[in-house]
Design a protein around this ligand. Structure first.
Ligand code: SAH
Length: 242
């Protein structure tokens, strides 16, 4: 991998879903080599921040002096978030123009619905060299943790994120194969009613590889569950979720 260029190099590094054992050897090596590591954190109503990425970085024992926080607004309002990205990019660009090697990290895989995609786009537009270091996305870790092969032979795999409604899940199921619903919390208000009626079999996975991990295939167990941000659903009508 080319780590030395005139203008520095940006690495979008995948951290896996939470378990430090799922950080790849390549990700770890890049994180050890770079000059700074920028991680996303979410602002809490009490003024503090939470960051799963930071927890993973701490777990793998890196030099914390290199850590830099990107504080994102909780609701991810477009205006607030794009201001943060613009400000963060100007700081990153400054480091990169000074020839530094800079990492931005993402939970799961950095190419899957990552909060840091805008920074990669900025790098591309500015002609800054960058690399994406692949990682384990949460839905694959969820299937593995449950001991469930997600798809086989010629099965179709559909991944939805921020589905508009549970109808969208049913439509995807109509196409056959396995359907993964990420960012499931956007459907939390209609999930219970849908689970009562759907014929699909499910695997619900919450905080995979993190403290508080919870997984179930029993729809009844979800009846009164708060569906947090770090949750996803894997479903199919062919019984492969059991
Ligand atoms: N880049 C990540 C996805 C980011 S989008 C990846 O590759 O997995 C954020 C969504 O991913 C969450 O809303 C949730 O649906 C899912 N997710 C990420 N980490 C998770 C985890 N540890 N357990 C369950 N779901 C997770």
């Amino acid at each position: 991998m080319n780590t030395m260029t005139e203008h520095g190099h940006l690495y979008a590094v995948s951290l896996g879903p939470g378990d430090p054992g799922l950080v790849t050897l390549r990700a770890r090596r890049v994180l050890e080599e770079v000059d700074t590591i920028w991680y996303p954190a979410t602002q809490r109503p009490d003024g503090g921040t939470t960051s799963v990425a930071l927890e993973i970085l701490r777990d793998i024992g890196l030099d914390e002096q290199k850590f830099r926080c990107i504080e994102l607004p909780m609701s991810r309002q477009r205006d607030g978030a794009s201001r943060v990205y613009a400000r963060t990019w100007s700081l990153l660009l400054d480091e990169l123009l000074h020839g530094q090697r800079v990492a931005v990290v993402s939970v799961g895989d950095a190419g899957m619905y990552s909060t840091l995609t805008p920074l990669i786009e900025h790098a591309s537009e500015a002609g800054i060299a960058y690399s994406i270091v692949a990682g384990v996305p949460a839905f694959l870790a969820a299937g593995a943790a449950a001991g469930v092969p997600l798809v086989c032979h010629s099965d179709r795999l559909t991944v939805l994120a921020m589905a508009e409604s549970t109808d969208e899940i049913e439509r995807a199921l109509d196409e056959g194969g396995t359907v993964v619903v990420m960012k499931l919390s956007t459907l939390r208000h209609e999930l219970g009613a849908w689970l009562e009626t759907t014929s699909a079999e499910i695997l619900y996975a919450e905080k995979v590889g993190m403290e508080g991990e919870f997984m179930t295939s029993e729809k009844e167990e979800l009846r009164n569950r708060t569906i947090p941000y770090f949750s996803l659903l894997i479903c199919s009508r062919n019984g492969s979720q059991r």
